[in-house]
Structures are given as C-alpha cells and as structure tokens.
Design a protein around this ligand. Sequence first.
Ligand SMILES: [Zn+2]
Length: 308
Amino acid sequence: MRLRILGTAAGGGLPQWNCACPGCARARTAGHRARRTQECLAVSVSPRVWHLVNASPDLRTQILAAPGLTPPDGTRDTPLRGVLLTDGELDHTAGLLALREGAALDVYAPAAVAAALDEQFPLRTLLAPYGAARWHALDVPATGRRWTLDGGRLRVTAVPVGDKRPRYAAGPARPGPWVVAYRFDEPATGAAAVYAPSLAHWPDALDEAVAGADCLILDGTFFGEDEMGERTPVVGRAATARGMGHLPIGGPAGTLAHLRRHPGVRRLYTHLNNTNPVADPASPERALLAAAGVEVAEDGTEIVLSGA
Ligand SMILES: [Zn+2]
C-alpha cells in the first residue's frame, strides 16, 4: 500500500493569505519547505490506480507535484479513480471543482455530507453537466461501514468521528455522522492504514480501527484548546479547538494521550492549522511529539506499507 500525503495544512494553508500570526510569519520567511498546502491524501495498492481522501482547494498543484498521479504517456487520462470525503468542509471538497475535466470519479461521502453537497453547497448540481462524479452516499453506523475499491484489492472502513457540520450547512439538523475516519486494508499484504484528519471525539471504534494498523495519520489541527485566541488575537471571543470540531493534540484528553495507547503504530499528525506550534520543527511542542515517537507529516511525504 502506498500513501502519498499531498497536503498537510488545515483550511487556509500555511501561511494563510490574510494572517501574520507567528506561524504564518515564519512560513513566509523560512523558505518553501515551511509552507503547507491544504490537507489531502492519495492512496494506492495497484499500479496506476489511486484514490484521494478529500479534495483540497490546492489539488491541482498537489497533483502536478505527485509523479504517480500524472497522465499515462500520450493520453488524456488519470490514474485517479475516486475521492473519499471525510466531511463536507470547504477545504476538503472545493477541489472537486478542479477535477471536472476528467472522466467520472466515484465520490464517497457520509450521507449527511452528500445531502449538504446537494443543497447548501450544491457541488453535485454544479458538477452534473460535466459528468465528473458518480456519488455514493454512505450510511455509517457507529460500528463502521465497510466496502471495497479497486476490484476488491483495497478494503475501506468508514468510522464516525464527529457531528460538526460545516458552517454553510447550518439550519435544520440532519442526522450524522458528519465526519468520518477511513481505515484502508490491503488483503494481499495485510497492510493497513487509518486516516483521520478531523477528529471531534475519539470513539472506541477508532481504537479498534487503529489496533493492528501499520500507520495512523490524524488530526493535528490545534496543539492547544485555546490556541486560536492566544496566537491570532481577534475581536470578540475566539473559537476553541473542540468548538471547531477538533480534539487538540495536548492536554489530558488530547489526542497525544490517546496515541500513547498505540505505541506500535507509525503515527503522524496532519491538517495543521497555521496557529499550531508543531509546524515549527524547533518548537518545544514538536520536541514533545518526538519524545513520544510521533511525527508531523510533511507535504509530499510517501509512505509504503508492505504489511506483515
Ligand atoms: Zn496565521
């Protein structure tokens, strides 16, 4: 199984265009390696067959930077076969508009998200004349939803990890889940990876998904619960990490405490907000992660899992 981490920033990227917080200021001056595009992953178990998880607004740039995602010689084609959405946030879905020139992709989304992309943010209506997407609305019970891709060579399990709706989808409540994590299994090798770029809570089903996986890439949006207010002074009350649907990394109930239960799994944080100090390799927060054996994903990282 091959994972290509296309982007590692939360919505807005790093630096964010309108922000001069310490993280954004550093990213502007520290060279291109300090910059991060918005979170997106590509996964493959077969040559020339890739699926994306999420479709970031930076998708065109990310595809151009990924050697495995180029069209085969002499063709107008793509190895991309589908997109799995973890949620309906704009920074995870707007990139679908950039894929409209291609042949139909299979797009999988939790049912509530698929409905919101029909109504409040009508991507499905906008894309329909281009024939660019076949939509699959997933019912995701608490125990998870399983199906296969790539002719059965890639098994997928969706696990509910949140009910935070995108801001555009306010209004009468629709039953969730609104946010899922995905576990990928390659039966031929036994390789398994879990991708959870947005985590509002950590259910038992996520522990079950992580147990026995080789690799976990997870929500590193915020290090601290009150980081937004502390690092980007705004008028009025700043949002908290949990209020925005993200468990912070630090603190007694943060994700790092959960990660300590899975020492044998390679663990990487992604979806970093521009306020997150772990984006700076020299920060004490990054040293804390290193001491725990936990990594921070970088744009363009490729991970090859060969299984047992
Ligand atoms: Zn900033």
